[in-house]
Design a protein around this ligand. Structure first.
Ligand SMILES: *Cc1c(COP(=O)(O)O)cnc(C)c1O
Length: 238
């Protein structure tokens, strides 16, 4: 599945350059924003091409698809870290924890329960981000700060020794309205700040926000990890 007209190497260095410029523009420390390369719908060859360039963080939406690619990638590049970023059905968790370093799209306490159950069987720890619904068109994520708080409380009560909460993620609404997008990111930042205060024993430092079309705004609003697919690997053919 050779993808013509897409130069992963060139695209990667361009995006990294834009990330550095955005950091500089808003006075953030150089290198403070990580790049998660979202390889969904792209073949393993594209992932390997990116890894060859030193890209080690990858995101996939669907567990089945990730299982088809990442065993081979991890064999060649054991330092690679796979993040699951799509809505996760409970029955997919068992396979997800086999290869995932982080599950970014945690949106309910039941999912935390299942991640704990499966991770404990494997005796491994899984990092999680809690997803907050901030855009009115998107459907995924915890609804508000109260439901996030419940989830963090559940973790803090010792129910999930194999889960390490690292922070939060959100998806901005799909709109041309840049101020609406910005609002979505600032909502995540402010909510994260409040939650960190309430749960000082956790290090909730990760803010996963920003995609191909809006990562520069996300960086201005405090993103620590942008999730970029199309701008690296080209258009997806669904
Ligand atoms: C697909 C996807 C991305 C990447 O989107 P692009 O617009 O291709 O950069 C980021 N985050 C999530 C949750 C996604 O599903």
């Amino acid at each position: 599945m050779f993808e013509a007209n897409v130069n992963v190497k060139e695209n990667l260095s361009l995006i990294l350059e834009k990330i550095r410029q955005a950091e500089e523009k808003c006075g953030r420390e150089k290198g403070s924003v990580k790049l998660l390369a979202v390889s969904k719908f792209h073949p393993v060859e594209s992932v390997l091409e990116a890894a060859e360039e030193g890209q080690m963080l990858f995101g996939e939406n669907r567990v089945q698809e990730a299982l088809g690619k990442f065993p081979a990638v991890l064999e060649k590049y054991p330092q690679v870290k796979l993040h699951i970023i799509g809505q996760l059905q409970t029955n997919k968790v068992k396979n997800a924890v086999l290869y995932a370093d982080t599950i970014q799209s945690v949106d309910r306490i039941d999912l935390l329960r299942e991640i704990e159950k499966q991770a404990s069987k494997l005796e491994r720890k899984i990092n999680v981000l809690l997803e907050l619904h901030t855009g009115e068109e998107s459907k995924s994520g915890f609804e508000n700060a109260d439901s996030l708080r419940e989830a963090l409380k559940f973790i803090s009560e010792g129910n999930t020794p194999h889960i390490v909460p690292k922070g939060f993620m959100t998806m901005a609404p799909f709109t041309e309205d840049k101020e609406f997008v910005r609002k979505s990111f600032s909502t995540l930042r402010e909510t994260a700040f409040a939650m960190q205060k309430e749960f000082p024993s956790f290090e909730l430092t990760e803010l996963s926000m920003g995609m191909s079309g809006d990562f520069e705004i996300a960086i201005e609003e405090g993103s620590t990890m942008v999730r970029v697919g199309t701008a690296i690997f080209g258009e997806r053919r669904y």
